[in-house]
Every structure is written in structure tokens, then in C-alpha cells.
Design a protein around this ligand. Sequence first.
Ligand SMILES: Cc1cc2nc3c(=O)[nH]c(=O)nc-3n(C[C@H](O)[C@H](O)[C@H](O)COP(=O)(O)OP(=O)(O)OC[C@H]3O[C@@H](n4cnc5c(N)ncnc54)[C@H](O)[C@@H]3O)c2cc1C
Length: 475
Amino acid sequence: MSDTPPGRLFFQSETFRVEGSLARHPRVTGRHLTEPAREVPIHAECDVLVVGGGPAGTAAAVAAGRLGARVMLLERHNHLGGLSTGGLVIWIDRMTDWSGQLVIRGFAEEYLARLPKGAIAGPPREAWGSRDAATAAWWALRTAAFHGTVTHSPTADPEWMKAVALEMVTEAGAEPLFHAWGAQPVMEGNAVRGAIFESKQGRRAILAKVVVDATGDGDLFHRAGAASAADIEEGDIHHAMNTSWMFGGVDMEAYLRWRAEQPEQFSEFLRLGREAHGQFEKAFVSWRNDVALFMGPRMTGFSAVAVDDLTEVEIRSHRLMLAHLAFYRAHAPGFAGAWPLLSAPQLGVRHARRLVGAGAVTRAMWDGGVAPDEVGVSPGLSPRFPNVSIPYGALVPARLDGLLAPGRHLSCDATSHSFMREIPQCWLTGQAAGVAAALAADRGIEPRLLPAREVQRLLLAQNVYLSAASIAAAA
Ligand SMILES: Cc1cc2nc3c(=O)[nH]c(=O)nc-3n(C[C@H](O)[C@H](O)[C@H](O)COP(=O)(O)OP(=O)(O)OC[C@H]3O[C@@H](n4cnc5c(N)ncnc54)[C@H](O)[C@@H]3O)c2cc1C
């Protein structure tokens, strides 16, 4: 573990070990072949091309579409939501600040409100911010209270999240294109003006006035030559990878009761699990009592952009899933009838590349202050910290034009990545990128030249929460 001061990391008590990366010993033959040059059909032209349909890309497509832009949304899988659905990361992190005020609003608030009853579980609004010891202890076991404070951090049904995301995207007039892998930016000088994608039809291009890279891994901005950072915070889990899974047929209330009432037995269970399997994970609640969620064991030291490493993490995660099934069935109350409901279709990558931006979210900003180009506000990491003001510059590459980069690969330092990569923050930065991309396309100017006040006015009209100082400045 690192010597990180208290309160700086959210998952401070977590431990993990560094594994060997296959990327350090890659399977390279040293030989190359030359691909012949070829004509690439232009599949479509649009104002805003969003590449990647995760939380950031979905929010960007909806925000831009609602402003009247012609939007296309390219996604390599068959669904929207990225890791929040296909990655089974169905525990949405905190959207309230430590006083219980909802600060991640806009797209996020509307999206979750549109989920039907029964598809989302979490504390009722009147409990947000509660410090009542019994209430907080109850919700702490259900991943919705931290530091003795109840938070709005619900769990949700991934299928309903996919369905509502698709409805919102198409209602906004944005056109999704599934089974299409964004492969290469289309360049015009220093500006990105579209992307070439791979699909069953081979390579095709989509031309756009502005591109939003929402791949999470910076695929587009990296290939366009923008600088990225890859340093990590060793003591945090933000650089670990794993494939999540869900077990059905469980009784989570029985399991949680056992955890709360027999803490020594539970510790011994974890110890024996680690002894048997090396890495061992606690079960998390989901949106249903009969479904358990496992978002680990987390593996570190692998590269999220090396295909051999991705394969190795899949193999290890899937083996660990079956090992956990047997161990939980045999030893954990509530798990006797467990069965493997689903392993995530999308590998859980927390960190690959981070943009080097015109601005950045940095540790210095955790102590307060309002960014002049604020596009949203994130809850502070612990009650010791106020809300963090997110600058537009964190989405804008330092030099590359024609592209914005919201989501988990935005510009931030390694320690701020611990919370800026979370789903609510990705919705927030995605919505900001969508608004800015639509505005830049409409004006025919580069995203970096947009007046911050105009972006803020459009964000406020889409119900985004901004600091009082930003609201006054935008008025
Ligand atoms: C195991 C795990 C646990 C986590 N726990 C939590 C948690 O409890 N709470 C929380 O809030 N957050 C959590 N996170 C973080 C959060 O899930 C992600 O950081 C967040 O989903 C990132 O959103 P994004 O839109 O930036 O990227 P992603 O969710 O990764 O979405 C990117 C999308 O782009 C697509 N894509 C990628 N490359 C291409 C390409 N070249 N062409 C076309 N499509 C492409 C992908 O298929 C995907 O759909 C966790 C993450 C992991 C991995």
C-alpha cells in the first residue's frame, strides 16, 4: 500500500497486488508487412460524430442531438452504456455532495429518473446526506453510505439502462451505429474531421465537423497524435482491470445479515477465500435481492491497450468467477443456490490513456475554487473536501483541433482520475462535450475557441448543476 494521506483515496482500505504484464514481454516477431493503399467509402457525413457509446458518449450524443446537431454515435458492441451496462458496473457512484445536495444533474438525473420502478435501488431522496448512525450503517452495507453519510449512489438493472439510453439517444435525433469499431481519425491538417471505422462491411469513413472521442481509452485522440498520460496512483484501484460478473439465485439479505452480525466469521471467510484462490472478492448488492454483483478481483500491472494482456485478464477473471461460485456456494449464507447469471460482455478497464489537455482536473483543485470555464461540479472525495469544479479545458486536447475527449480518459492527474473516471462524472463531462461539439459545429469554429459562458448557458438550459459563481457569470 502507498503512504497516501487519509481521505485522499476513496478505496483506501482496498489492497491488491501487482501482476506481471504480458505487454512487457510481447509476442513480436520483429517482422512487418505493408498494407496496400485503398479507397475508403464515405458511409455518412454529420455535424458531430461520437465514437464510443458508454456513459460519456451516450450523454454527449443526447446533449448534441437536443441542440439540433446531426449526430452519429459509433459503438463497437450492440448496446449503449459502455461499462455501466456491458461492463456490469451497475453501482453508480455518488451524485450527491456530503451535505446531500444533488450536484451531478442534467443528463444523469433525467436518465436515472426514467428507469422504471424496480430497475433501480438506493436510498430515498429524503435520506441523502443523512448522518444518522443506524441509517448510514444500513446503507453502508448496500454501497450507498460512506464516511457515515448516506449518498445517492444507487444500483441499477443494466438491461433497463441500455433500453433507456437507446430511447434517449434516438429521441434526441442521434443515429447510433452498432458493431462499428472506430479505427482511425480522418485528419485535415491538425484537426480531426471524422473517423474511419471497421465493420462487417470493411473499412468505411464518417466525416464530421467535430468528433467526440468517448472510447474511454483515447483511441481516436491517440491515433490523431495527441499527447496522453499513463502515470498511475499506485495506492488506488483506478488502474486495475477485471471482468465483472453477476450470480443469480442468491439471498443477499441473508448474506448481508451474516456479514453484519458475524464479522469475525466473515473475515475468516475472506481469509480462507484468499488462501484458496489468491485473489478473492466480496459480493456487492445489486438492484435485486436475488442477484449478487462482483466487480473484482482486480488485477493490476496489465496494459489496457495490449491485446495479449486483455485476453489474459479475461481468462483469469472467468476462471475466478467459477472458483468464487464454488467457494460462495459452499461457505456463504445466501449463496447455496447461486448460479452464474452473466459475465460482463465488456472487460472492465478503469484506466488506459489520459488526455493531455488545454486544462486538467488536478489535486490542487480539490480544496475549492471555481474554474472560469466550469462545465460541472463533482462531489469531493470525502467530507474533508468541498465540491470540485470541472473545467472545460479538461476535455480539450492541448494542441489537436476538431475533437473533445470526455469520460474516463479526460485530462486529469492520476490521483484525480480516482473519481473523475466514475460513471456520474463521465455523464457530466459527456454532456458538456456534446453541448460544446454541437455549438462548435453550428458556429463553424474549433471547440477550443468557444466562449465558456455560451457553453455554460446551454448546459444550464439542460439542467446541469454549476456553482453559483458560474451561474452569475453566465447570466
Ligand atoms: C470493474 C470496474 C468497477 C467500477 N466501479 C465503479 C463504480 O462502482 N461506480 C462508478 O460510478 N464507476 C465505476 N467504475 C468506473 C466506470 O464504470 C467507468 O470509468 C465509466 O463507465 C467510463 O465511462 P466512459 O464512457 O468514459 O467509458 P466506457 O464505459 O469504457 O465506454 C466506452 C464505450 O466506447 C466503446 N468503444 C471503445 N473503443 C471503441 C472504438 N474504438 N470504437 C467504437 N467503440 C468503442 C466501448 O465499447 C464502450 O461502450 C468501475 C469501472 C470498472 C472497470
